[in-house]
Write a protein that binds this ligand. Structure first.
Ligand code: C2E
Ligand code: CA
Ligand code: CA
Ligand code: CA
Length: 278
């Protein structure tokens, strides 16, 4: 009887440990935000393939936990999204990005920065209004910021989220759709959300080097997205061969370790001065 119970108990124990860790992370993240301790942003360049120029950066959050060390956003963002923490977290990101752009401008580095926004952020009725007000505090406009959103299903289910996006678009923000082609999507939503830029998910880009069928899929996908007048960005590009292929397909922009990892602000500024795109 004991042996029979063991797998069940092990499973229960693991679930309890996961729950405890999640609880600890949520409570510590709340504290990190309140004290503004351990959180910082890194910036990954976006390159335009036609000109080989940096056309922007994506801000990505980092958290150095006092005991656990670096915790990945892939781990704590979903936890924040399931609690009320996503609002103060995104406020923190917006405030820090705006301050950074303002500093860069004073040094004659003009860089539009994209921020990652969740469906719950968009479901806050006053999201666009608060974003504009923070930008004004730093003498910035909608042209300085790009909005990256994912979870289209969740956005489509919320009228508030849909009207937030429409409002952001009217205010002049570029809207990009993150992780395109990952998981299930039926494409009909493309008509329902005013998207400017489509970011093709790394999982599809990685397949380019694997087989001919995958290359045919990417080729047709980019051609279709161009016919629909989207700007197409390929994310997670890790080698030159992939870049060469994307250039041959007329892909507009790329992001990935092969060009640059996400960088600290000072490193990013230096990178913009010195880089030579292959
Ligand atoms: P994402 O928005 O799809 O961001 C791209 C992720 O891929 C980043 O991971 C980036 O560091 C990584 N990456 C970029 N180029 C390469 C490459 O060539 N190879 C590989 N293997 N990885 C590459 P990161 O920073 O760990 O972020 C993970 C996810 O967490 C992001 O995925 C985004 O969904 C979320 N996230 C990060 N920062 C924020 C934030 O400030 N707010 C919100 N709401 N979500 C964020
Ligand atoms: Ca993103
Ligand atoms: Ca992405
Ligand atoms: Ca992703």
């Amino acid at each position: 009887a004991i042996a029979e119970n063991t797998p069940q108990s092990d499973y229960q124990l693991e679930a309890d440990i996961a729950k405890t860790r999640a609880f600890t992370l949520i409570s510590d993240l709340g504290e990190a935000l309140r004290k503004d301790e351990g959180l910082y942003l890194v910036y990954q360049p976006k390159i335009e393939l036609r000109t080989r120029k940096v056309v922007g950066a994506e801000a990505l959050i980092r958290w150095k936990h006092p005991v656990l060390g670096n915790v990945s956003p892939a781990q704590f963002i979903p936890l924040a999204e399931n609690t009320t923490l996503i609002r103060p977290l995104t406020d923190w990101v917006i405030d820090n990005v705006a301050r950074q752009i303002n500093r860069w401008k004073k040094k004659n580095l003009f860089m539009s920065v994209s921020i990652n926004i969740t469906a719950n952020n968009l479901s806050e009725g006053d999201f666009a209004e608060r974003l504009m007000s923070t930008l004004q505090d730093y003498q910035l406009t909608a042209a300085d910021i790009e909005i990256e959103c994912l979870e289209t299903q969740k956005i489509l289910e919320s009228n508030v989220a849909l009207s937030s996006i429409a409002m952001l678009k009217r205010l002049g923000f570029l809207i990009s759709l993150d992780d395109f082609g990952s998981g299930y999507s039926n494409l009909t939503y493309l008509n329902k959300i005013p998207i400017d830029i489509i970011k093709i998910d790394k999982s599809l880009i990685d397949n380019i080097n694997k087989d001919t069928n995958s290359r045919v899929i990417i080729k047709s996908l980019i051609s279709m997205l161009h016919k629909l007048h989207y700007v197409v960005l390929a994310e997670g590009v890790e080698d030159q061969k992939t870049i060469d292929y994307l250039v041959s397909l007329g892909c507009d922009q790329v992001q990935g370790y092969h060009l640059s990892r996400p960088l600290m602000p000072a490193e990013f500024a230096r990178w913009c001065e010195n880089h030579d795109i292959p």
